[in-house]
Design a protein around this ligand. Structure first.
Ligand SMILES: Nc1ncnc2c1ncn2[C@@H]1O[C@H](COP(=O)(O)OP(=O)(O)OP(=O)(O)O)[C@@H](O)[C@H]1O
Length: 360
């Protein structure tokens, strides 16, 4: 086990607020040094679970273990965890250095040890030399880095983050995501990260835990979550999928309207099935594709230019609508018929994802 990281075990944690079950029997193990995101729509219980891990919320039932120790009723300041929230919670009247040193003061570490630790923590987040600056003189991204440095200064073995990047603009958020990944690799601490942004979760995490209505629906590495969703909720929440009702024909094929599609995956039993068609998995049929591919022909109803890619909307003969993406490079344009033209696309059986339909 990495000495700098703490494993986390959540056993059957529940939290009720009167009749509302904010968290409903969630069990989850996070390995020492792992980066796990809690992902779900608003109200799915992410913040409640993070609050229970931080000790700010007491569970109604269940047990929390850090490195095998029961911390369920331990107060927050004794848990030795770093915490970063969306609104930074920096002290505006203190300098950057004073803000970052705050946890050392709270822990009563000798003052002589502060400057080196502050310098190291600020260096870690790319703000070396900013000790004397005032908080008001910083940009949003810099403030978020100060909050990160403050959470890391006492080298916590576990860091909890609740939507720490959501106040930043898209470009800064994406570059901070890459930085956080690298930072995690450098410091080796366990990170549990709350977000409702699926791309953010896929970008940074070792594993992503998808939550809905206070329950854990699926936890997996990003690729498996994206390509092997457990049900239609996960499939529609992760990636860019068109969800279409299909009928089971046999163990390896389904009917989509008039078309028969083969799947290399086991088709679930039951009547309520959905096909999740990821737009990047539909390819324009140029004769080069595997003969085993499913083929669908439709009429082009719209072509949307989105910078790096084109999104092409198709209507199949029975009215079913699909969309695919093409990278926007010069030669791609020759392959796309004009509006109203006919286009055949392929979907490999390995990419033919059929999931049980669940209510939203
Ligand atoms: N203090 C509270 N009192 C009553 N109900 C609460 C309280 N805190 C949370 N809830 C309810 O518990 C459920 C889960 O809330 P929670 O904040 O954990 O969700 P979330 O996934 O973090 O949502 P968001 O992304 O909007 O922050 C919601 O239905 C919410 O209304």
């Amino acid at each position: 086990m990495d000495k700098r990281a703490e494993s986390v075990e959540i056993r059957s944690a529940s939290k009720a607020y009167g009749a509302v079950r904010a968290l409903d029997d969630v069990s989850l193990n996070v390995g020492a040094g792992e980066f796990v995101s809690l992902l779900g729509p608003s109200g799915s219980g992410k913040t409640t679970l993070l609050g229970i891990l931080g000790g700010f919320i007491l569970p109604t039932s269940g047990t929390i273990l850090f490195g095998g120790r029961d911390v369920t009723y331990m107060p927050p300041h004794k848990r030795d965890i770093g915490v970063v929230f969306q609104n930074y919670a920096l002290f505006p009247h203190m300098s950057v250095g004073e803000n970052v040193a705050f946890p050392l003061r709270a822990r009563r570490l000798p003052k002589s040890s502060w400057p080196d630790k502050v310098r190291a923590a600020l260096g870690m987040v790319g703000l070396g030399g900013y000790e004397e600056r005032g908080i008001a003189q910083l940009s949003g991204g810099q403030r978020q880095r100060v909050a990160l440095a403050r959470a890391m200064i006492f080298e916590p073995r576990l860091i909890l983050m609740d939507e720490p990047l959501s106040a930043l603009d898209k470009q800064l958020r994406e570059s901070m995501q890459i930085e956080l990944r690298a930072l995690h690799r450098r410091i080796g601490a366990t990170i549990i990260y709350v977000t409702h942004d699926q791309r953010e979760a896929l970008t940074m995490s070792d594993r992503v835990a998808v939550m809905k209505d206070g329950r854990l629906v699926q936890i997996d590495v990003p690729e498996r979550l994206h390509d092997h969703p457990a049900d239609s909720f996960v499939a529609s929440f992760i990636g860019e999928a068109t969800m279409l009702p299909v009928r089971r024909v046999d163990a390896s094929s389904v009917a989509l309207g008039n078309a028969l599609l083969r799947s290399a995956r086991a088709i679930p039993d039951g009547d309520a099935l959905m096909l999740a068609v990821h737009s990047e998995k539909l390819l324009i049929d140029d004769g080069a594709q595997d003969g085993a591919c499913n083929r669908l022909t439709g009429t082009v109803t719209d072509i949307v230019y989105q910078g790096e890619s084109l999104r092409i909307f198709l209507a199949l003969a029975d009215g079913i609508a699909l969309s695919l993406r093409q990278p926007a490079y010069h030669q791609a344009y020759h392959r796309i018929p004009p509006l109203g033209g006919s286009l055949t696309v392929t979907l490999h059986p390995e990419d033919t994802i059929v999931v049980p339909r669940v209510g939203d």
